[in-house]
Design a protein around this ligand. Structure first.
Ligand code: ATP
Ligand code: MG
Length: 251
């Protein structure tokens, strides 16, 4: 199925009041950030899209694909990077990749090397094929999940729940996940990641309350924020690796 539009039709907030934003339309190439305080309903909205809700979820929303509701959850259309960082499966990284590739009708053998390379470019401590999924740290698991979504799943819709949370390279992660001409929806609290999207949907009390477009000034401001973020990340990395910030000053 070729996706031309994804439409979110409003339901209600946590008290059952209609949502102020009545609909949101997305097309391939669009990126939407979900912003709002903790508990405001960002993950719930991602889950509505993942399940292709039909008025049958807590929010009462309906998701239309190409203007039509789906009768069952979309298969092969949506990949989700969830807030959870653990694998339920007890297998090695290699077995997981081969099994997942097989389920998608793809050649896991040839995807193995690029997938491992991408995983290791996203996290600090390296992951090898022989490792058990169960021994991976939160960050390593997220890095593997991201590489899996980017290279193996390769779906037209990508949902991302707080990519910034697991100590991985967040900008690089968003870049590889966004891919070409996909619809990308990310829940995030990170100001730079928010401004990397062309639109943002403000969530409050479980409801979609406003759709905002990044202005020219905001984009300019984003450059400064990115610079500040780089400094912060470098300091974080130095401290995490047991270095002192004195060394950073000297170099
Ligand atoms: N429209 C709604 N109607 C009823 N319940 C809702 C609605 N939206 C969200 N909820 C519920 O509110 C709780 C918090 O929502 P959710 O987990 O989506 O918040 P969040 O914005 O992702 O928070 P965080 O930033 O902490 O991840 C969940 O239990 C969710 O099911
Ligand atoms: Mg959430």
């Amino acid at each position: 199925m070729i996706i031309e539009t994804v439409t979110i039709l409003a339901g209600h907030d946590k008290q059952g009041n209609p949502e102020p934003s009545e609909r949101v339309d997305l097309r391939p190439g669009d990126s939407l950030a979900l912003v709002g305080p903790t508990g405001s309903g960002k993950s719930e909205l991602l889950s509505d899209i993942e399940q292709a809700a039909c008025g049958d979820t807590r929010s009462g929303r309906t998701i239309l694909i190409n203007g039509e509701p789906l009768t069952k959850a979309p298969s092969g259309m949506v990949a989700t990077l969830s807030q959870k960082t653990n694998f339920v499966m007890d297998a090695s990284v290699e077995q997981f990749i081969l099994l997942h590739a097989e389920s998608k009708g793809r050649d896991g053998g040839s995807l193995m090397a690029p997938l491992m390379k991408m995983t290791n470019s996203l996290c600090g401590e390296s992951v090898s094929q022989e490792m058990s999924l169960q021994v991976l740290s939160g960050g390593q698991s997220r890095a593997l999940m991201i590489a899996d979504i980017a290279l193996l799943s390769d779906t037209p819709i990508v949902l991302i729940d707080e990519v910034e949370n697991a100590g991985i390279h967040k900008f690089k992660a968003l870049e590889v996940l966004a891919g070409h001409n996909k619809i990308v929806i990310s829940a995030t609290h990170d100001p730079v990641l928010i401004l990397m999207n062309n639109t943002r949907l403000v969530m409050r009390n479980g409801a979609m309350t406003a759709l905002l477009y990044a202005t020219k000034n905001e984009r300019r401001h984003a450059e400064n924020l990115k610079h500040m973020d780089d400094i912060l990340m470098r300091a974080r990395e130095d401290l995490r690796m047991g270095r002192t910030l004195e060394m950073q000053e000297e170099t």
